[in-house]
Design a protein. Structure first.
Lengths: 149, 149
DNA sequence: CTAATTATTTGAATTTTATTCAATAAGATA
DNA sequence: TATCTTATTGAATAAAATTCAAATAATTAG
């Protein structure tokens, strides 16, 4: 047996989906060629970054979720944006923002469980340049990626 | 002229997309019927909640983004989860989580600009039961919804 | 352990959908 | 107004999804 589902989840995570032109056309009561034209326009103008799946993360062994607030030491490795772009490469990280206020960055992290999260923090997030880490652990995810759960 | 793009953005926000079976099949070097079978299985088991677009929010007049940390007064209107589900209905709100620690809830909000955000906080987020609001305003969005910007 | 049952894989045929193309219409510009 | 650009749309084509039936693999029951 091939285990295809994990590969599918991996691909659908960030892309490998496409708009349903015919369904949108029916819904908006417009010809599908009009919808097609307008969607391609949105894509060509860069307004659409990707089409992707949103998962029930509990069911795909990614039930643990936390928001992590970070501070950086002012001296070493300086640039928070560079660090942010490096962190963004990890597929465990859903979002990365540089923010105002008492913290400099907030990242949203998903993991299988608290142990996996702890390992991820230890190996990836804790690093030279990070001076303080505050974890806001999600007890109940009500909405994510604009999709209600 | 019809302004279709706003309607498209509205629909593609939460759904109206579908997986690209043929492209996935090529990528994984499997027959498209096998991919089809496995994707339907994921869907039927409820592992996939939706297929949707991710936008370049600056380009669709949703450039403002903030994480809002909330506390509730213990007495009135009690249930944070109920409040969370009500907030989740607003399309301006990308995510809602009930969390551990100094705050009880974190929501991620998008708006056209700071003024629109302020109006949204005034009219929707501030309400009986909310005792404290802390805004972490995003200065730079590096990754969102698992998509790098 | 073996038989029976269930789940998965796959090619061929069919149905549906996306895409291309050309003509027209609408809007913008000079 | 005349000209150029952008948007809409139907018809034709190309591509993709879906259905179906058969074969294979995995699991379960006896």
């Amino acid at each position: 047996m091939k285990d295809i589902s994990q590969k599918l989840i991996g691909l659908l995570h960030r892309g490998y989906a496409t708009p349903q032109i015919a369904r949108i056309a029916k819904r908006l009561k417009e010809p599908s060629t009009t919808i097609h034209y307008n969607i391609k326009k949105l894509e060509n103008e860069g307004q659409v970054k990707a089409y992707k799946a949103v998962f029930d993360y509990k069911k795909i062994e990614q039930g643990f979720c936390a928001y992590v607030l970070l501070n950086f030491s002012p001296d070493e490795y300086g640039d928070p944006e560079r660090i942010g772009r490096e962190l963004a490469k990890y597929e465990e990280i859903e979002s990365v923002d540089i923010i105002t206020g008492d913290w400099e960055m907030v990242i949203k992290v998903r993991a299988n469980d608290q142990d996996a999260y702890y390992e991820f923090v230890k190996s990836v997030i804790s690093r030279k340049g990070v001076s303080k880490i505050t974890t806001l652990m999600s007890l109940k995810q009500i909405k994510t990626e604009f999709v209600e759960l």
